[in-house]
Design a protein around this ligand. Structure first.
Ligand SMILES: C[S@@+](CC[C@H](N)C(=O)[O-])C[C@H]1O[C@@H](n2cnc3c(N)ncnc32)[C@H](O)[C@@H]1O
Length: 221
């Protein structure tokens, strides 16, 4: 699966839609607000930010979640690096990332610095240490040698991308979460919640973003 690139169609609002998974990369309503609600608030961020904090993500996509987290990190006054590791099987071309991210002028200062440096792999931007691990997360996460304080579970919808939500992968997420760490996702699909519970998380269903009634928050026991 290595070196497979994302193939995209664009909506009128410049939101990328995956041809392979037939699903948009983020909310058609407001991707930035969805990220803040689901992944930041869902992990009690920025309140938990502290030096050494490590966020991990399933599905890097456009980098929108990473940029939102990094911007909040700097706005919270953190001066040490935020570590952000994302697992991505079908990396997007930087030109496509730039096209998508141009729709979020609020993030321009962060997307500009990121896109200036980004060539894939690792990137050190002072207050951000980013690594995107290329390949199928079902293969790359089990051999990952670190743990995260917070997880952003952001595969395409479980109905369209079930391989990124399976019980074995949720167990790998739990095994790579620090004690007391957390995970959040926009989906409240029963099999995802059960997978997280069986893996050792305490799982709660909370109000979702926009038209989604529920989302899922999970804290490692
Ligand atoms: C909803 S998008 C992520 C959006 C992203 N977080 C953002 O901020 O733009 C889902 C991502 O999961 C990736 N993906 C799908 N299956 C995968 C797999 N088995 N392993 C790793 N990544 C996968 C897709 O290529 C896509 O980039």
């Amino acid at each position: 699966m290595a070196n497979q690139r994302a193939e995209l169609t664009w909506t009128e609002d410049q939101i990328p839609v995956s041809d392979r998974f037939d699903d948009p990369y983020y909310s058609l309503q407001n991707g930035l607000e969805e990220t803040r609600h689901v992944f930041l608030a869902g992990n009690d961020l920025p309140a938990r930010f502290a030096p050494g904090f490590h966020i991990a993500e399933l599905g890097f996509g456009t980098g929108l979640n990473m940029l939102t987290a990094w911007s909040e990190w700097e706005k919270a006054g953190q001066t040490t690096p935020l570590t952000f590791t994302s697992f991505e099987a079908f990396p997007m071309e930087p030109g496509d990332m730039a096209r998508a991210l141009a729709a979020f002028p609020e993030l321009a200062s962060w997307s500009g610095r990121f896109l200036d440096q980004w060539q894939g792999g690792r990137c050190d931007l002072g207050t951000l240490h980013l690594e995107v691990v290329e390949g199928d997360a079902r293969q790359t996460l089990p051999v990952w040698k670190a743990e995260a304080d917070a997880w952003f579970l952001d595969g395409f919808s479980p109905a369209k991308n079930p391989e990124l939500w399976g019980a074995d992968l949720m167990q790998q997420v739990a095994d790579h979460t620090a004690h007391g760490g957390s995970a959040a996702t926009y989906t409240a699909a029963g099999f995802v919640r059960r997978g997280l519970e069986d893996a050792g998380f305490t799982v709660t269903r909370t109000p979702g973003y926009g038209r989604k009634r529920h989302m899922t928050r999970a804290v490692r026991k």
